[in-house]
Design a protein around this ligand. Structure first.
Ligand SMILES: Cc1cc2nc3c(=O)[nH]c(=O)nc-3n(C[C@H](O)[C@H](O)[C@H](O)COP(=O)(O)O)c2cc1C
Length: 399
């Protein structure tokens, strides 16, 4: 049967009012310990009131060395955080909206200057953006510790009332680094074959199952990453199959890594003004240097095409290979594109990030017929300015 866009459905026992999910979006709304703030609660209430089927939080760090270089990241690395999250989930549940905690370790995509710890990765491969130091190759003990941190994070999420967790296996963060041959050059049991590269993830899922049993575990994966020797759709299909085999409850399909400009969140123009204003890379750069560097940065940050629905084709291939729900994100901002993708069976659910930043009530507007497309102009200022402020829509201009 074709999915009905505004009818309730369920993922692993969670009831969603419709087929729209808020994709994980770093909000920069935690305090200095990673505790959710009132501002975050207000934002989630606006999303819930606005009719979204489920909310996936911004990424929450599982241990200190995997913390984001962005400010005010949510953390889930200590039990002390549980009561604040419990208040948050209780409030969102008043609206009948499931809320899923995305858990992550940034691996090489962070900075020692922010975390206070050496950066770690599967292999010592420099990152184009975060190359203050070559990341340290993880040894077995380090990998075991990270697996345990993810499992403890899932336990805390369950205690805090989250309806499930989402493992962040996309966008070039640590678990995504293990999955891509571009960043994983290992020849031990954590690298080489697809099964080996996925081992850290399958261990996490297996141990979550052993520890907390039947609890929704979702995953966000990269279908491709445009890196030399990196992730390709064919391997992503295999990864999706294996994830299902290991008991993953739903897979969200994304693509791209941070060092590849606007690959994750595409847009027609590089957000130069926001980049210069926000990025640690340009803080101390003299204006003349910025002018000279501009054409190069413009080139490096050009977006791949198409700008809309760019993960749908890959999602279709993955959906054919698995029977768990497939969620697709990436430039799905127009109701007619979304309806078509659901109707032609490319995806079971659609998730969005930027459309909810400009209009947290976009789903209600779609449902009421007030609007048929997001007003987002894909300027991507929101994605850059979270380095210096809480998430908001700039509509292509700095105040
Ligand atoms: C401000 C901002 C923050 C984001 N933070 C996250 C995040 O924490 N975790 C994640 O998986 N993706 C994150 N993303 C990526 C989005 O979830 C999504 O994959 C991407 O923006 C494409 O979807 P869209 O066209 O609906 O915006 C972020 C995107 C933006 C714009």
């Amino acid at each position: 049967m074709k999915p009905s866009i505004f009818e309730p459905s369920s993922i692993a026992g969670m009831t969603l009012k419709n087929r729209f999910i808020r994709s994980a979006t770093h909000e920069s709304m935690a305090d200095e310990h990673g505790t959710p703030t009132d501002a975050l609660e207000k934002l989630y209430i606006r999303l819930a009131e606005g009719g979204v089927g489920a909310i996936i939080t911004g990424y929450a760090g599982v241990q200190q060395d995997g913390k984001s270089s962005l400010l005010r990241m949510l953390m889930i690395d200590t039990d002390e955080l549980i009561p604040a999250y419990r208040n948050l989930t209780d409030r969102i549940h008043e609206y009948g909206t499931p809320v899923i905690l995305q858990i992550a370790h940034c691996g090489r995509q962070t900075r020692r200057a922010v975390t206070g710890h050496p950066t770690v990765a599967p292999s010592p491969i420099d990152d184009f953006i975060f190359h203050e130091e070559t990341p340290h190759e993880l040894d077995n003990r380090g990998i075991e510790a990270i697996i345990e941190s993810f499992v403890s994070a899932a336990e805390r999420a369950k205690k805090a009332g989250f309806d499930g967790i989402q493992l962040h296996l996309a966008h070039g963060y640590l678990l995504s680094q293990f999955l891509s041959d571009h960043t994983n050059r290992r020849r031990d049991k954590w690298g080489g074959s697809t099964v080996n590269k996925l081992r850290i993830v399958s261990e996490i899922i297996n141990r979550i199952r052993q520890t907390i049993g039947n609890y929704p575990v979702l995953a966000k994966i990269n279908a491709f990453d445009n890196r030399k020797g990196g992730m390709r759709v064919e391997e992503a299909v295999e990864i999706a199959r294996l994830l299902e085999h290991h008991g993953c409850d739903a897979i969200e399909i994304s693509s791209g890594v941070v060092e590849d400009g606007l690959a994750i969140m595409r847009g027609s123009h590089p957000p130069m003004e926001a980049l210069f204003k926000s990025s640690f890379r340009f803080n101390n750069m003299p204006t003349l240097m910025k002018t000279v560097a501009s054409p190069f940065i413009h080139f490096a940050m050009r977006s791949p095409k198409p700008l809309h629905g760019y993960n749908l084709e890959a999602a279709q291939s993955i959906k054919k290979a698995v029977s768990i729900p497939v969620i697709t994100v990436g430039g799905l901002h127009d109701l007619s594109d979304i309806s078509a993708a659901l109707e032609n069976g490319s995806t079971d659910y659609v998730s969005m990030s930027r459309p909810f930043i400009i209009e947290p009530n976009i789903v209600r507007k779609f449902q009421d017929g007030a609007q048929t497309a997001s007003r987002c102009i894909m300027c991507n200022y929101c994605a850059l300015m979270i380095e210096v402020d809480t998430v908001k829509c700039y509509y292509g201009r700095l105040p």
